[in-house]
Design a protein around this ligand. Structure first.
Ligand code: ADP
Ligand code: MG
Length: 690
């Protein structure tokens, strides 16, 4: 691609200049190339051309004629109306423009004009008229290909649709000779795509016989071609990054297996077959001399912790340290307690390291401890490991790419296992996580009962109190979750503290505790311990308990201000119950329901499967929001939509794989290689320098 041509700053394009360039910048258009990829948001079909005689009132038409009379009328409210009557010899058509006085200068008697809009009878039923029609001066339109399908662009203040259209035309005229096709002829033919030049041109100037529906859905062949390009170069880059990793040297873990055997013997339950499969995948991967980079997906409660511990023991048995990083202190504390008890009697030294427990980092650097559990505190600069061999990151969607990389850097190319309960749809798995290998726990331990989920209106709170009482009387425990700990800007928000006080008055016979993020770790630990033991019946909490907390006897979850929680959060919270033998319930108490909140609550009530819920979340919020595409370090997608273009993404992935299989450094495809480098510029090094 000729860099100079397409990279011309838009300001220097004919008809633009510095002032308009500033406006265009607001739309993200800084170069001619940006303009080419600034797609119309919709297309207007002006192909219904009629003589005035043939127009049926009510239809949307294009009509052409000469102005036979033109007047400006001022209404009593000082509104200006420009009224023109045009004729084509078969009849008369009136056009009325409101508050567009400048038209006086453009439109005169005898001017030939083309009008587009909805023709209606005027209030007396005498005249056919179009209110605020789109117009085109026929004599000015020297361009033979007068457009019948007109592109409509998103605008910014100070720029009219007509101006925008003409800028785009001029960008296209200028750039056309510079557009080079980065795809090989063979591939274009095979996929039945138009050439890039043609695709770009037809997106801005669709041929008169184009399918307007496909155009508007951004699903025309022209659109599909440029969407494919974007996805293809995205995949090509991701595959190259992965290919590079496979050339790195990591640790090959070959544990004898004694430690693992003892661990499995000690477990109070049998592994599910999904856990067995996944453990095998991980151990196999750890054996390889290249660094593992694996994602473990498993719904809330599917038993990821055991899998992680197994992997960590494999590293420890080989003489390395293993670290587990969790997103919150509570979760780290819980992992520490759980894992310590799982490993009772095994020769493994465990340490917790968080901002509250940070006195013993020397044990990490000396190698006195094998298994380190912690929070972000683990990635602080002063923390050194003796020989970190495996990094496990829990609830990975809470950590950014950078934090993951920082923990990894504490070792020398350690293996990495990231775990998430937010299932990653395939489109995301192929993009943001495209360089990770994936293991899936698609089975819950036996005996899990479905959780009854219900929305209760605030004026029915009594029902909730009754449920709480009954739940405790029959031996269960209750979580009550609030979104914030203190009264915030919103007056209608009941804080956890207030709720806690109210509950104490309501249920003096029960032991109730409040837990939140601003307490000291020690206080929280005490409370969690008492709750686990069953000494506390009702735990009022902020979302500190959102992830990971595991108390099987807790069977009722009440979520206050449920409308304030995201869908993934609701699913995580609900996952705190339904962990034991007793059937569990989750009650959602919303106060102010927006349309979006309604969709979220409906999804959580209707679905229990985390995968389905993530899919609904993508529909409501869009995949980028959900999976941090923007923070991921990937190139921005300008035209592709990861929800809509899944099928094309699959094709792009496959074709990218094929090309790399055939030619791993793209030596045979210099144009493709250059385009790829440009596409990933400033994002990632995709070709190894060596
Ligand atoms: P998550 O995948 O949400 O992190 P956990 O690892 O916390 O799930 O496991 C949830 C609960 O299920 C824990 O109490 C754990 O001890 C238990 N568990 C894990 N695996 C099994 C199994 N195979 N059979 C029975 N219970 C299991
Ligand atoms: Mg977990």
């Amino acid at each position: 691609m000729n860099v100079h041509g397409l990279n011309l700053p838009i300001q220097y394009l004919k008809g633009v200049g510095p002032k308009r360039a500033n406006l265009l910048k607001r739309l993200g258009i800084e170069t001619v190339k940006d303009a080419l990829y600034y797609l119309p948001t919709q297309y207007e079909d002006r192909r219904n051309k009629k003589t005035i005689f043939d127009i049926t009132p009510g239809e949307i038409v294009t009509a052409e004629g000469s102005i036979v009379q033109i007047n400006e009328i001022k209404t009593r409210t000082n509104l200006s109306i420009i009224e023109a009557i045009i004729s084509d010899g078969t009849g008369f058509l009136k056009a009325k423009w409101f508050n567009q006085t400048y038209l006086k200068k453009i439109l005169r008697e005898k001017t030939k004009i083309k009008l587009f809009g909805k023709a209606q009878l005027d209030y007396r039923g005498n005249y056919l008229e179009i209110l605020n029609p789109e117009y085109e001066l026929v004599e000015h339109n020297l361009n033979a290909q007068t457009q019948d399908i007109v592109p409509i662009y998103r605008l910014t203040e100070g720029l009219s649709q007509k101006q925008m259209q003409s800028i785009m035309q001029s960008a296209l005229e200028f750039a056309f000779p510079y557009i080079e096709d980065p795809l090989p002829e063979k591939l274009i033919k095979k996929l039945n795509f138009p050439y890039l030049r043609e695709a770009i041109k037809c997106i801005h100037i669709p041929p008169n016989d184009a399918d307007i529906k496909l155009l508007n859905e951004k699903n025309s062949d022209f659109h599909r071609r440029i969407i494919f390009d974007e996805l293809f170069f995205l995949q090509l880059g991701i595959l190259l990054i992965k290919q590079n990793r496979l050339c790195e040297k990591g640790i090959s873990f070959n544990p004898k297996g004694n430690l693992l055997r003892k661990f499995f013997e000690n477990l109070p339950f049998k592994l599910t077959s999904a856990q067995k499969t996944v453990i095998n995948e991980i151990l196999e991967d750890m054996k390889k001399p290249t660094p593992m980079n694996r994602l473990l997906q498993g719904d809330v409660g599917s038993g990821k912790t055991v899998v992680a511990v197994t992997a960590m023991l494999a590293a420890i048995e080989c003489g390395y340290q293993a670290a587990l990083m969790a997103p919150t202190e509570i979760l780290a504390e819980q992992h520490y307690l759980n894992i310590s008890s799982m490993l009772k009697g095994l020769p493994v030294n465990i340490l917790i390291h968080t901002s509250s427990y940070n006195k013993h980092s020397n044990l990490i650097s000396s190698g006195a401890v094998d298994l380190i559990i912690g929070t972000h505190a683990l990635i602080q600069e002063n923390i050194r490991f003796k020989n970190l061999g495996l990094v496990v990151i829990d609830e990975q969607h809470r950590f950014g790419v950078i934090q993951r990389a920082m923990l990894k850097k504490k070792g020398l190319n350690p293996d990495t296992l990231v775990m998430t309960a937010t299932p990653i749809p395939r489109t995301m798995a192929l993009t943001v996580y495209g360089d990770l290998d994936c293991s899936i726990l698609d089975e819950l331990p036996a005996g899990r009962k479905p959780i009854l989920t219900k929305v209760v209106e605030p004026n029915n709170k009594k029902i909730i109190y009754k449920m709480i009482d009954e739940e405790i009387k029959s031996g269960g425990q209750v979580y009550i979750v609030y979104p914030l700990i203190e009264e915030s800007e919103a007056m209608d928000l009941k804080s956890a503290t207030q709720g806690y006080e109210a509950l104490k008055r309501l249920f003096p016979q029960y032991k109730i505790a409040l837990i939140h993020g601003k307490m000291s770790a020690k206080q929280r630990e005490e409370i969690m311990k008492d709750f686990r033991k069953g000494d506390i019946q009702i735990l009022v909490a902020t979302t500190v308990i959102e992830v990971g907390v595991d108390v099987p006897n807790a069977t009722l979850m009440v979520i206050i201000n449920a409308e304030r929680f995201g869908l993934a959060q609701l699913h995580q919270l609900r996952g705190r119950v339904g962990r034991g033998e007793r059937p569990s319930k989750c009650i959602l108490l919303p106060y102010k329901l927006t349309e979006e909140a309604k969709l979220r609550l409906r999804a959580i009530v209707n679905y229990s499967d985390g995968f389905k819920i993530a899919e609904e979340d993508m529909k409501i919020r869009g995949p980028g929001e959900l999976f941090g595409v923007k923070q991921s370090g990937m190139p921005d997608l300008k035209v592709a939509d990861l929800m809509k273009d899944q099928a094309l993404l699959e094709v792009a992935r496959k074709e990218a794989e094929k090309i790399l299989y055939e030619d791993r450094n793209l030596k045979l495809y210099p144009k493709m290689r250059a385009y790829l480098e440009d596409f990933w510029k400033g994002k990632a090094e995709i070709f190894m320098t060596a």
